[in-house]
Design a protein around this ligand. Structure first.
Ligand code: GLN
Length: 312
């Protein structure tokens, strides 16, 4: 139900206007050349309540490259099929390092710190490559199903660009393979990992798709819960501690919500039990997090706490 409450709709629009003041800050990611052409002046916001009410503002309907937001989907799928056995191969602690760092991987014998850095997501992807005959198609199908949008697709240009510039991710994958922490061929795992990153979705699609984290595992698509309530709670906990890379602590202090960012400029944030939020603006800070997007979330979190306390 779009815009069910007109005052909430007006509030979301006012946040979008205020956050536009931050559009000059940061830089669009260019280490994946196909992302460098993203327009820096975009800003979108979408909020989806657990009851399915939807509030959007700005460029909320424009699809963008979801990049590391896919790591949340990968983790949900892997936990669903493998449960806690996953944690023998990937850790649960913040890395305090950039998302593509290789340093700890060598000293920690091929076990990545957490599932939201690249190396961690590559191990999680390895599980999916083992579990599904056509993992890339499966990812696209799940993204379509959860968002309710059959037009969601993998951006072939971004995929090709990621593949061409895969050196660092390939290095992480080979190192883990050398330590015996990757069961499938490196190329097959990387292809699936990049395909997830290259999914194109809008703020609206993503707020709907990730609503299960705000709703104890129940999706907006209906039917069986996607994951059990305890699993949703644990994924939210991991997003809180590691979802914003080495800036997770700063972000927790400023916003205080579980969140996951991607270098396409998207950030998904969750108010457990209540709301899923997606903001998007392509220009990033040095940690790889959207500048205007983080500010919009700061304003949203501030507004929500006023709402709870009943202060204006
Ligand atoms: N596809 C990107 C990479 O592997 C994802 C990184 C990100 O969004 N932080 O480098």
């Amino acid at each position: 139900r779009p815009g069910a409450s007109s005052s909430l709709q007006a509030w979301v629009e006012s946040i979008e206007r205020r956050a536009r003041s931050r559009l000059g800050g940061g830089r669009v990611a260019d280490y994946i050349p196909a992302l460098a052409t993203q327009p820096a002046d975009r800003l979108g916001i979408a909020l989806c309540t657990r009851d399915g009410d939807l509030y959007t503002a700005g460029d909320a309907e424009e699809p963008f490259s979801i990049q590391s937001l896919s790591k949340v989907l990968l983790l949900s799928l892997a936990l669903r099929s493998h449960g806690d056995a996953l944690w023998q191969r990937v850790g649960l602690n913040p890395s305090g390092m950039p998302f593509n760092s290789l340093m700890q991987l060598e000293s920690e014998r091929g076990k990545p710190r957490n599932p939201f850095i690249n190396a961690g997501a590559i191990v999680v992807t390895d599980h999916l490559v083992s579990a599904y005959a056509t993992p890339v198609k499966h990812l696209q199908d799940i993204a379509r199903h959860l968002s309710g949008n059959p037009a969601v697709r993998i951006d072939r240009e971004v995929l090709a660009s990621e593949w061409q510039h895969r050196a660092r991710n390939a290095a992480a994958a080979y190192l883990m393979k050398a330590f015996g922490n990757l069961n499938n061929e490196v190329d097959a795992v990387l292809e699936t990992y990049f395909a997830g990153c290259a999914l194109r979705m809008s703020c609206r699609d993503l707020a709907i798709a990730f609503n299960y984290l705000a709703a104890d595992g129940v999706t907006q698509a209906g039917g069986q819960p996607f994951i059990p309530p305890a699993m949703a709670q644990r994924i939210n906990a991991l997003m809180f501690t590691s979802g914003m890379y080495d800036a997770a602590g700063d972000f927790a202090y400023r916003v205080g919500l579980p969140a996951k960012s991607g270098v396409g400029g998207g950030i998904v944030a969750i108010v457990p039990g209540e709301l899923s939020i997606c903001v998007w603006s392509p220009a990033l800070d040095t940690s790889g997090n959207s500048v205007a997007g983080q500010y919009a979330l700061e304003l949203i979190a501030e507004g929500l706490s006023h709402l709870r306390r009943g202060t204006p």
